[in-house]
Design a protein around this ligand. Structure first.
Ligand code: KG4
Ligand code: ZN
Length: 333
């Protein structure tokens, strides 16, 4: 049995989890800093770093207690080493290295994006490759083909805002506060998605994305219609984003010959996107792998699960390795 502690501090969640043999989730503790950042309308990097420092020890202790394991039972300690906010990343990386050194076990630095991908993979680690993957979070929107284990081919990505960023900005335009994704998701349920014809940017133009113009279209609409129903705005905006994401993921699957559609990252928690992807999978005869909701947004499970696999293929990460705020998915290998 291999027990790995995974630590995630790349943005505004301080998270830790213990995963057995890369698959069995023994614990998952996520301490969100939403309350701290909400009054600023978004994540303040310096506030995030300080909060991680304050929370990290208790989050790790809780993850061990929930898993019913002692420090001495751990076989490796992993942390997200990038991409993310540098000050935030350093807290998790330093904690993981210090623990690994003290316990005399391997340290594994994990790519955040690979983590999001593995969260979905946990649903069925034995699924046949190739996979067509949509990674959608607050910082990234990309289509990836997994051709063989650990080899990633980026097929397309956003040329401006990430999808999650668009959700957050539109929520702010609508006066819904931070974080915007879950607020739009909730409100959209009561709105009419066909009421406003927002653009589907670049939908038929290859595999890159653009969400900045859509955000501006929402801003202009709200300014011109100050008394309009905000639920209709939320539903119509969300439908436009979902249309683009689902369409391009199917196209990526066609191009890469993938029989399985995979989704990961915070926006993958969106109820309409999950519903539409499930429908698209069924209609096209493809398998759909999407993490359970709490494993879509940032968590320690995805770090520990990826670390288990990386440790077997690449061995430990050097303790001399630092954090890299702009680490790319492809350079992971
Ligand atoms: O993966 P994540 O937790 O952090 C990053 O790696 O960025 O993703 C956070 C993003 C935020 O932009 C948030 O608004 C969005 O995911 N998000 C959602 C939902 N839940 C979180 N977007 C749409 N619908 C949701 N239910
Ligand atoms: Zn993330």
């Amino acid at each position: 049995m291999t027990l790995i502690l995974g630590i995630e501090t790349s943005c505004d969640e301080t998270a830790a989890a213990v995963v057995e043999n890369g698959r069995l989730i023994r614990s998952s503790v996520i301490s969100s800093q939403i309350d701290l950042h909400a009054r600023f309308g978004g994540v303040v990097p310096e506030v995030a770093s300080r909060a991680h420092v304050e929370l990290i020890n208790s989050v790790i202790a809780e993850a061990l207690a929930e898993a019913d394991v002692q420090f001495g039972d751990l076989d490796a300690v992993a942390a997200c080493q990038g991409p993310g906010l540098i000050g935030a990343l350093l807290v998790g990386v330093s904690a993981a290295k210090a623990l690994a050194l003290t316990l005399d076990v391997p340290y594994v630095g994990v790519n955040h994006l690979e983590g999001h991908l593995h969260a979905a993979w946990l649903q069925d680690p034995d699924v046949a490759l190739p996979l067509a993957v949509l990674l959608v979070s607050g910082g990234h929107t990309m289509l990836v083909a997994v051709v063989e284990d650990g080899r990633y081919q980026v097929l397309g990505q956003t040329v401006d805002d990430a999808a999650g960023e668009a959700f957050d900005k539109v929520a702010r335009i609508c006066g819904l506060g931070y974080p915007g994704g879950p607020a739009i998701d909730r409100l959209a349920i009561e709105g009419d998605a066909r009421s406003i014809a927002f653009p589907r940017p670049m939908i038929y133009e290859g595999l890159n994305f653009s969400f900045s113009g859509l955000k501006t279209a929402v801003l202009n609409h709200v300014r011109r219609n100050p008394d309009g129903d905000i639920r209709d705005v939320a539903a119509s905006f969300q439908e436009a984003v979902v249309d683009v994401l689902v369409h391009k993921l199917l196209e990526a699957a066609d191009i890469s010959g993938a029989a399985t559609l995979v989704m990961g990252g915070g926006v993958a928690a969106n109820s309409r996107l999950r519903e539409r992807l499930t429908e698209a999978g069924a209609a096209s005869g493809r398998t759909v792998l999407v993490p359970r909701m709490d494993l879509c947004t940032d968590n320690g499970v995805m770090i520990a699960a990826t670390a288990w696999w990386r440790l077997r293929t690449d061995g430990p990460t050097s303790l001399a390795g630092g954090a890299n705020p702009s680490l790319s998915l492809v350079s992971t290998r």
